[in-house]
Ligand binder design. Structure first.
Ligand SMILES: NC(=O)c1ccc[n+]([C@@H]2O[C@H](COP(=O)([O-])OP(=O)(O)OC[C@H]3O[C@@H](n4cnc5c(N)ncnc54)[C@H](OP(=O)(O)O)[C@@H]3O)[C@@H](O)[C@H]2O)c1
Length: 250
């Protein structure tokens, strides 16, 4: 199936490793020009080489820390000066933050800054151009809405779910969709090195997953590419799980 993505322009945040890196590659291999954002410039450089070696369009590497106050206009201006427009935004940078319930404000503010505010600000910076051209795709990589303990990322991402739903109702008439893609347990740096660092802890958790195993970033990336394509024009305001059946809500 031709996803009709060739020639589109995408900004992908959190593209140095994991799910974001795989989404950037999936889009590039469909012919999308990408601007890839993360802090580690060396990993963005290897991503650029990987995409170019495979015949994809050379990405624009933007080594930017999303905690900064002026990052959204910097990303917009860099992408616009390289490509002239942005059609697709993948808000992927983020991460789990299991914290004690009585953590100080600083811990909550750190998580909300990355997992909510950076998502909102980057979207707000890029939306006017999409509205002007009457086409756009925004995808927020969020996560579970079923916390098993206090997690400052789940709270922030619940905010993204509610915000994105409201926004979908305002921007739909401009030909723009916004959806949330909620991974379950996908092999990545944070999962394999921080949350489940041993094969035993992965095997134990996998018993909760109906399909019985952790997913790979490509399991998320292929679906993300579809959701960003013209073919997905009638899907908006959704939270869609890619989790091997892990979530229990219907
Ligand atoms: N993997 C899963 O099973 C899973 C489950 C639920 C939700 N998710 C969500 O999926 C998304 C991707 O997760 P992942 O598992 O692929 O995570 P990961 O392997 O930890 O990658 C996170 C990405 O975000 C970037 N990032 C983090 N902080 C940043 C900052 N301040 N400024 C710019 N970039 C920043 C990292 O790049 P640098 O470190 O180079 O900056 C990296 O590219 C996250 O939003 C996460 O919450 C993942």
């Amino acid at each position: 199936m031709d996803l009709e993505l060739r020639g589109k322009v995408a900004v992908v945040t959190g593209a140095s490793v994991g799910i974001g890196r795989e989404i950037a590659k999936a889009l590039a291999f469909e012919g999308v020009q990408t601007a890839v954002v993360a802090r580690r410039a060396n990993l963005l450089a290897t991503l650029r080489e990987e995409i170019e070696r495979a015949g994809g369009p050379r990405p624009l590497a933007l080594p930017i820390d999303l905690y900064g106050p002026d990052t959204a206009p910097r990303i917009r201006d860099a992408a616009l000066s390289a490509y002239g427009r942005v059609d697709i935004l993948i808000n992927n940078a983020g991460g789990s933050r299991t914290i004690p319930w009585d953590s100080p404000d600083a811990a909550w503010d750190e998580s909300f800054s990355l997992n909510f505010t950076a998502v909102r600000r980057t979207t707000q910076a890029l939306l006017p151009g999409m509205i002007e051209r009457r086409w756009g795709r925004i995808l927020c990589v969020t996560g579970s809405a079923e916390p098993s303990t206090v997690n400052a990322a789940v709270a922030a991402k619940a905010g993204v779910h509610a915000w994105a739903k409201g926004l979908s109702r305002e921007i739909g008439r401009h030909g723009i969709t916004i959806n949330c893609l909620a991974p379950g347990r996908i092999h990545s740096e944070q999962i394999d090195m921080r949350l489940h660092p041993t094969p035993e802890s992965q095997a134990e958790f996998a018993r909760n997953i109906p399909l019985g195993y952790f997913g790979d970033p490509s399991d998320v990336a292929f679906f993300a590419a579809f959701l960003c394509s013209p073919k997905a024009r009638y899907i908006t305001g959704e939270r869609i799980h890619v989790d091997g059946g892990l979530h229990r809500s219907v």
